[in-house]
Design a protein around this ligand. Structure first.
Ligand SMILES: NC(=O)C1=CN([C@@H]2O[C@H](COP(=O)(O)OP(=O)(O)OC[C@H]3O[C@@H](n4cnc5c(N)ncnc54)[C@H](O)[C@@H]3O)[C@@H](O)[C@H]2O)C=CC1
Ligand SMILES: O=C(CO)COP(=O)(O)O
Length: 343
């Protein structure tokens, strides 16, 4: 296809997921530009044949009008969404040489972040909607998708969620391919709550394995964890069926059982006696979203008046230095009760 007929997609962030999604969607119909923090990232990206063809820019040097891109994917951690949005708006005004964005077609922005913003307790789409107001349609990409497997071209199914059907159709057109299947959903609250909270449950599942408590215990954490996730989601207005989908049980199973998960690894290593600081230092700057989300989730559950014992046990270990064995006792000694209680 002639270059001027190709759709253009922008991927903001050149970490594990930014790199992987760019490799999945760059093709003869879709030209991907990736924004990385520094030129140092470029040599890493160019190790992959497909990424050699993408346009690479740094945050500092970037000077294209954002509305040239049919889709913008934010592949950055949840806690950076506000800052990166501020950077984008500043750049956009600079490139357009104006003080205000007036009557432009809306941007189409999809976030891949799986977390809850600290202090404000907002989900990624709420941070973005609040910032971009009428200047963008907002969506969320989630589901079981280890970046490493996507980079290898292994089959992956994800869900894109948005209130805008136009954005859903653009996302399907740009993202969907035989090995990268995209389903759509209108339940952005459910999809984002599931994506955020599964990281905390994955840390606990990792800890169960680190403590060698057995497969039964791990299955119990996954299932009871799903019940806690659904309880929080339903209270926030999510559709309960979402938790049976790719962003719910799909991503939960992947992250709780797959050793590629950084959140699972974190829990495993904590259970083996390593300190939180040590583990973070060893991750070479890669984000472990579950750490910040544990705190946000704890505060959110308190605010909503919901009892969630697994999420709360994770908080006590990570933020109150409760010995992990005491947290296990807390969960085992919990009062007997009905399997499903929505409050
Ligand atoms: N790695 C994976 O398999 C998947 C990750 N995700 C989610 O995608 C999000 C990003 O994850 P990864 O790419 O894995 O993380 P990462 O830590 O590998 O990369 C994050 C990137 O964001 C950049 N960044 C962070 N804060 C920034 C700021 N303020 N300004 C500019 N750049 C900034 C970093 O420089 C880095 O390049 C997370 O929320 C994660 O949960 C979603 C699906 C799969
Ligand atoms: O969300 C992920 C896969 O769907 C990646 O999980 P981790 O951040 O735990 O590696």
């Amino acid at each position: 296809m002639a270059d001027n007929l190709r759709v253009k997609t922008l991927v903001v962030g050149a970490g594990a997921f930014g790199t992987a999604i760019a490799a999945c969607i760059h093709n003869e119909n879709n030209a991907v530009t990736i924004i990385a923090r520094s030129h140092k990232n470029f040599s890493n990206l160019k190790k992959h044949d497909i990424l050699k063809e993408c346009e690479l820019q740094t945050f500092d040097e970037f000077n294209t009008d954002f509305s040239e891109f049919k889709l913008i994917i934010l592949a950055i951690p949840c806690q950076s969404l506000q800052k990166v949005s501020e950077w984008m708006l500043k750049k956009w005004l600079l490139v357009r040489n104006c003080n205000e964005i007036i009557s432009t077609p809306k941007l189409n922005i999809i976030s891949a972040a799986k977390g809850i913003e600290q202090k404000s307790l907002r989900l990624p789409y709420q941070v973005l909607e609040n910032f971009w107001q009428n200047n963008a349609e907002i969506g969320s990409l989630s589901g079981p998708s280890f970046a490493k497997e996507m980079l290898l071209g292994l089959p992956t199914c994800v869900v894109v969620s948005s209130k805008s059907s136009e954005l859903l159709s653009i996302a399907a057109q740009i993202l969907h391919s035989p090995y990268f299947r995209v389903y759509d959903s209108n339940d952005i609250v459910g999809v984002e709550i599931a994506g955020a909270l599964k990281n905390v449950i994955a840390m606990v599942a990792g800890a169960v394995d680190g403590l060698e408590l057995g497969y039964n215990a791990r299955a119990a954490v996954i299932t009871r964890g799903l019940s806690e996730i659904a309880k929080v989601g339903v209270q926030l207005g999510a559709d309960p069926m979402t938790f049976l989908g790719l962003s719910g049980v799909g991503d939960l199973i992947l992250t709780c059982t797959g050793d590629l998960s950084r959140n699972r690894q974190f829990g495993y290593r904590i259970a083996k006696g390593e300190s939180k600081e040590n583990i973070i230092d060893s991750m070479a700057g890669q984000v472990i979203e579950g750490i910040a989300t544990t705190q946000s989730a704890y505060e959110l559950c308190n605010k909503l008046g919901i009892e969630t014992s697994i999420l709360s046990a994770a908080y006590k270990v990570i933020y109150e230095d409760m010995p992990i064995k005491d947290a296990v006792t807390l969960l085992i000694d919990k009062e007997q009760g009905r399997e499903f209680k929505w409050k």
